[in-house]
Design a protein around this ligand. Structure first.
Ligand code: AMP
Length: 411
């Protein structure tokens, strides 16, 4: 039986790997320009780090975390998201003495979801977080960063920004109670999945994709009617700042995000090109989260982007490198050939050697690899210390010394 990857996981190679590397490079460039410092946190964390902050009734905690008992019986979880581990790292390492702090990270997350196009059980996320300010400029700055990155990657693609506000914690509490009361009236009509959330997580019924739920949601209470003056002001000001920055957005009152820790601004960047898994970047404000995790009572705001989904939209990358193939015509010249290879590589020339000792097979391989040059070494060449440099695209060749070849290939 052929060995298989674990369901919902995937290997990254070829074009996807080139894209992954390019994405990493560009993200790190933008992080630098926008003043974010990288943190790499462990993949395993204590289960407690996620359970309460994400919400005992959130989908992630209820059904998606990979949790196991360690040998000393403590509970360990493969991180399902990056915000809480980053805050944990900032607290553990005393990085919150001067505020605000801006952190970013990129790496694998784990969620036991139903795999489909754009949805994996192990996937990579880019995360940007600003800790220690409740200034609305931080929310806007993060949205501008996301917009800037997406425009860099996909200058011609239509990507929509949706925003909403969940108000402050008190607004949200009252709103949830009213939502529960409203949905209670429709208990029998709601989807089975939503029925389970009426009292525990009514916000998530609002973004259900079930047609019956969508219909019931049409007349559900709207968060805007519950806003405190401060929450309304914040949201109005954010909308104005975005418009001043020429950012086009749509207000989506049903945008709630999946986790308990969010308040005030929430946003998502979506595309029409990926089917149902259409969110590229999602984020929002999480005031109070740092305190819940045992740190100072400070505000925070951040976003996460899905690397696999971004890669799916990226164009193929042309490596545009001149490849050179070394062809040895007989095994007797092995030692001689290895020394030539060594010399070329010491001169930073990328050479491919296929261990075939057969002109026809090696030329055919060189063609398949789109190589530009072949260096051919046979008996005559070894005797004279001069070699054939074949220009594979032009079908011409020259006889040159190693120094001359190195000079040519470096041009
Ligand atoms: P979330 O932490 O759920 O807000 O997700 C942030 C972003 O990560 C999403 O917008 C997706 O781009 C990506 N993402 C989330 N879950 C998955 C998954 N299971 N597979 C691939 N990408 C994901």
């Amino acid at each position: 039986m052929k060995v298989q990857a674990v369901r919902g996981t995937h290997d990254i190679y070829g074009q996807d790997l080139l894209k992954y590397k390019q994405l990493e490079e560009i993200v790190s460039k933008y992080a630098n320009i926008y003043g974010f410092n990288e943190i790499i946190t462990p993949i395993i964390e204590s289960t407690d780090l996620f359970k309460k902050p994400l919400g005992e009734h959130s989908d992630v905690v209820l059904k998606e975390m990979y949790t196991f008992k360690d040998r000393n019986h403590s509970l360990i979880t493969l991180r399902p998201e990056y915000t809480t581990p980053m805050i944990r790292a900032a607290i553990t390492n005393n990085l919150l003495e001067k505020l605000p702090q801006k952190f970013y990270g990129i790496g694998p997350m784990f969620r036991r979801e139903r795999p489909q196009k754009g949805r994996y059980r192990q996937f990579n996320q880019i995360n940007f977080e600003i800790l220690g300010t409740n200034d609305i400029s931080a929310d806007v700055d993060l949205i501008l960063l996301a917009d800037d990155l997406l425009r860099n990657f996909f200058p011609t693609k239509k990507i929509d920004l949706q925003i909403n506000s969940l108000g402050d914690k008190n607004t949200l509490k009252i709103f949830k109670e009213n939502l529960s009361l409203y949905f209670k009236k429709y208990t029998r009509d709601l989807s089975e999945e939503s029925q389970k959330k009426i009292y525990t997580n009514p916000l998530r019924i609002l973004d259900s994709k079930n047609t019956k739920d969508i219909e019931i949601n049409q007349s559900a209470p709207k968060i805007f009617d519950y806003f405190s003056d401060e929450a309304k002001d914040r949201f109005d000001n954010i909308k104005n700042l975005l418009s001043d920055s020429n950012i086009i957005f749509e207000i989506n009152p049903r945008l709630v995000r999946g986790l308990d820790y969010y308040c005030h601004t929430v946003f998502e960047f979506k595309t029409n090109d990926l089917g149902s898994q259409d969110t590229l970047i999602g984020g929002g404000r999480y005031d109070g989260l740092t305190k819940i995790l045992g740190g100072p009572d400070i505000s925070g705001v951040g976003w996460a982007g899905g690397v696999e989904r971004l890669i799916m939209l990226m164009r193929d990358i042309d490596k545009n490198e001149k490849k050179t193939h070394l062809i040895l015509l007989h095994q007797n010249f092995r030692s001689y050939g290895l020394q030539i290879l060594n010399q070329l590589r010491k001169n930073n020339i990328a050479v491919y050697f296929d261990y075939k000792y057969d002109l026809k097979k090696s030329l055919s391989r060189a063609n398949k690899l789109n190589s530009e040059f072949a260096i051919i070494i046979g008996e005559e060449e070894v005797k004279k210390n001069q070699y054939i440099l074949k220009y594979l695209y032009k079908n011409i060749q020259e006889i040159l010394t190693l120094d001359q070849i190195i000079k040519k290939l470096k041009e």
